[in-house]
Design a protein around this ligand. Structure first.
Ligand code: GRF
Length: 191
């Protein structure tokens, strides 16, 4: 299964997926990394892994539709079947949504529908929740609103934000690869 990973930041989820593929835990191929932030650390990670990167800023396109149309062309050229968002800090627009209907996934560091949007971990901690977690969901036009596919709870470690964040990120890395594996084997069975 050919996937594209979209990321705007450090790319630790990209790295975890790449490693899972390398060691045979995830049956997929990352055909392309797409970033809207040419200086993001994920670009270095992808280069090191030998995976092509499409780094384009929407600012260089007159409209979001044209930006996404260009991305679509590149995704098709790389025969991408699924778009896997991993810290991509932009809403997906109608162009990509219609080209990749039902084939776009996101991971979010909270138990949705609680704490959508930016800094979900910070939001959860300021709210004082005792249990938070991570969610994998289909992407629709909203912000972290699409149908939920899988969730994993993570207990907040009182008074230790750093350890709590670490546990959440570890949960993301495990949940994403396991969920992708299940989805891809189902969609292969359907063919
Ligand atoms: C992750 O927590 C992801 O769920 C969120 O942004 C973060 C990206 O982290 N949407 P990384 O770039 O994969 O390290």
């Amino acid at each position: 299964t050919n996937i594209a990973v979209f990321a705007s930041e450090s790319g630790s989820n990209f790295q975890a997926l790449h490693e899972a593929i390398q060691c045979g835990e995830l049956n997929a191929r990352i055909a392309l990394v797409v970033t809207d932030k040419p200086h993001a650390f994920v670009v270095q990670r992808a280069d090191k892994a030998g995976i092509p990167v499409l780094a384009i800023s929407p600012k260089d396109y007159p409209t979001k539709a044209e930006y996404e149309a260009f991305i679509t062309t590149e995704l098709k050229r790389h025969e991408v079947e699924w778009i896997v968002l991993a810290g991509y800090m932009r809403l997906i627009g109608p162009t990509l949504l219609s080209e990749f209907k039902g084939q776009i996934l996101n991971i979010h560091p909270s138990l949705l529908p609680a704490f959508p949007g930016k800094d979900a971990i910070g939001q959860a901690l300021s709210h004082g929740v005792k249990v938070t977690g991570v969610t994998v969901h289909y992407v629709d036009e909203g912000m972290d609103t699409g149908p939920i596919i899988a969730q994993q709870a993570v207990e907040v470690i009182e008074g230790d934000r750093e350890l709590t964040e670490k546990a959440i990120h570890e949960a993301e890395h495990t949940l994403y690869k396991n969920t992708l594996n299940k989805l891809f084997s189902k969609s292969l069975a359907k063919r």
